[in-house]
Design a protein around this ligand. Sequence first.
Ligand code: NDP
Length: 341
Amino acid sequence: TTVSLVRTVPSGSPTVDDFKVSSEPASTKESLKDGEILVRTLYLSCDPYMRSRLTGRTDSYVASFEAGKPLSGSGVGVIEASASPKFKEGAIVAGADFPWKTAFTAPTNGFIEVPMPGAAQPVSVLGVLGMPSFTAYVGIVTLCQVKPGETILVSAASGAVGQMVVQLAKARGLRVIATAGSDEKVQFVKDLGADVAFNYKTAGDYEAAIRKAAPDGFDIYFDNVGGEFLDAVLKCIRPNGRIAECGMISQYNATKETAYGIRNLSYVVTSKITIHGFIVRDYYTTPAYLAFIKEVSALLKENRLQYKLDEVVGLENAPQGLLDLFEGKNFGKRVIKVTSR
Ligand code: NDP
């Protein structure tokens, strides 16, 4: 099975009809060329940044998918056959550009073998040790340099990035205020350790809701949503506040007509706010990556970290699995389980 893009969708909400799920003869061991590997896909990741890869735009930090071609993204799989000395049959490999196919042959570049000690599960590569977790780390540690005793506000707190922001911030001695889009998600982030959490969909006026949740203000905002919520934050954050500008998911499906225009930007001046925009992929080759692995591994060992995955089974369900992100239909880190093993 392969999932490809039928047409690019520059703005507005994509639908499943913009994708095509097709069957084709499976790649086989016999078709391997020298130096190639045959990979069976185990899990694929659905990530909000992939919306920008559906636009057809070429001026973004990551190129758009092309109409008629398969999608790709972070994935983990198992080597079924190898014509390369680099990987042995049975090895678990991960990559940032896994084609959305159940199995495929490819040259070895772009894949890395992941050791699977003890009870380790291949899906952890996309989960607790994956890109969204590292994003949380870079935002709060590397860029905002949070300190014990400070207060952080985080939006989309039950999601892939958000749930790690909550827990890493708690582990570092911060007070955490969190928002999420359902009462069940709110309960989940409280169970993770958030001191205060509220459902932004039922809270009414954002500014009033933020002031109620944080009567003494907050020092840091980890932004996953942008738009009207960010606008309210600009008014409420303490002087010298820092913002980890991670994402603006409320705007990814916006059109020229529906895009939210920020009104409170002048608070950046008067409240002396620092906004750290960042793209996590720039940080894999910095010391932050090893520091992240070390910190998360230690917390895992001490049983101080949970990570909620939201699995959709079957590659044919991947298009809907991706689109769900933009409607908050995922609860936790959304992955597609492609092959059971
Ligand atoms: P999530 O797992 O959090 O899934 C997306 C969530 O966003 C939904 O579950 C929903 O949660 C919320 N959401 C969806 N639509 C809206 C909307 N219109 N308004 C407000 N909230 C909405 O995704 P990730 O954790 O993977 O990503 C979170 C953010 O981080 C995204 O903006 C993403 O682009 C960004 N990101 C940035 C990276 C970087 O390098 N800068 C790297 C990775 C992610 P709810 O039900 O709570 O509304």
